[in-house]
Design a protein around this ligand. Structure first.
Ligand SMILES: Cc1cc2nc3c(=O)[nH]c(=O)nc-3n(C[C@H](O)[C@H](O)[C@H](O)COP(=O)(O)OP(=O)(O)OC[C@H]3O[C@@H](n4cnc5c(N)ncnc54)[C@H](O)[C@@H]3O)c2cc1C
Length: 301
């Protein structure tokens, strides 16, 4: 019986496991693959302590630190959680584990356009995170696919760096935008919205150089930011009755408790606005700390 079982091996999961181990708890961390989403980032320049580090290396260092301190890390897919507070059974594709508390740190997946060469150009012009990558496009030309609020926020952020920003959107107007953002977009000369278009083809040799649109125009761009939403990995949470937001994200209180006793959550899977490695790590620390406090109180009783 473990004190804590953490699901997910991204920044939120590693930090939960790290804090749990430092509280001297028996902790096991189960995740599908090392590093989580951050390992897809070619360069991370906004994680304190590193001027610049590849996402892969950052993930590797987190894993190393967690293992060094004595947490058990297992790479496997969790398929089901059963039981209640103080006695959960977590079933994976190869095994099953029992734990008193469970921390969900399963992250989210960015929606992809599904275009040929999209994977090949990821990190070479195609990006799913303007907050992370905008600074790499100083004085360059970029496109943004999407027309929701996130796409507009990304366009404004990119206009601080890029020379020209095209918003490429399939509808005839933006989707439920904040009015103030639309005003800001209209006032920014670098931003040009193009409505009723879809990106049909990604063009380039070793990196993205242009995109072909379905109105038969070709736009020369150095970067294409895909902002068509994300899907939280919250199926496991939903199965055990954890309350989700409208978009399917896990609801937690400020101490990272969910509505199900003994189940905590942290990182991109939770209903919080800033989805970054640093916030995921912070929430992972909070979840572990709250789980520790609860375990301590329960021991005293
Ligand atoms: C291209 C790109 C660049 C980025 N650049 C930056 C950056 O520069 N700076 C920054 O701060 N942030 C960046 N981010 C965002 C950052 O990666 C995320 O905010 C962060 O990884 C979230 O951490 P997390 O632990 O919550 O989730 P994740 O990192 O997504 O980890 C979740 C883990 O849970 C696993 N999992 C899910 N379901 C199961 C299951 N059933 N069983 C077992 N395991 C499961 C997943 O496989 C994954 O390993 C970037 C994201 C992308 C896509």
């Amino acid at each position: 019986m473990y004190d804590i079982l953490v699901i997910g091996t991204g920044p939120a999961g590693y930090t939960s496991a790290l804090y749990s181990a430092r509280y001297n708890l028996d902790v096991i961390q189960v995740g599908e693959m090392p590093g989580g989403l951050i390992s897809e980032a070619p360069e991370v320049c906004n994680y304190p302590g590193f001027d610049s580090i590849s996402g892969m290396e950052l993930g590797d260092r987190m894993e190393e630190q967690v293992k060094d301190i004595g947490a058990e890390v297992v790479y496997d897919k969790v398929e089901k959680i059963e039981g209640d507070d103080q006695d959960f059974t977590v079933k994976t594709s190869r095994d099953e584990y029992r734990a008193k508390k469970v921390i969900l740190a399963t992250g989210q997946e960015r929606r992809r356009l599904g275009l040929e060469r999209e994977n090949e150009f990821k990190g070479k012009g195609v990006s799913y995170c303007a907050t992370c990558d905008a600074a790499f496009y100083e004085d360059k030309r970029v496109g943004i696919v999407g027309g929701g609020d996130a796409a507009l926020a990304s366009a404004l952020l990119l206009s601080d760096h890029a020379e020209k920003v095209y918003i490429l959107y399939r509808r005839e107007e933006f989707f439920r935008p904040e009015p103030i953002r639309v005003e800001e977009i209209e006032q920014e000369e670098k931003i040009k919205p193009v409505f009723e278009v879809n990106v049909k083809r990604l063009i380039g040799e070793d990196k993205l150089e242009a995109v072909e649109l379905d109105n038969s125009e070709t736009l020369e761009v150095d970067g294409l930011f895909i902002e068509i939403g994300s899907t939280p990995n919250s199926d496991l949470a939903e199965d055990i009755g954890v309350e989700l937001s409208e978009g399917g994200y896990v609801k937690t209180d400020e101490d990272r408790r969910t509505n199900i006793p003994g189940v905590f959550a942290a990182g991109d899977v939770i209903d919080s606005p800033l989805k970054q490695a640093i916030t995921a790590a912070g929430q992972g620390a909070e979840a572990a700390s709250t789980a520790y406090e609860d375990l301590k109180k329960e021991e005293v009783r």
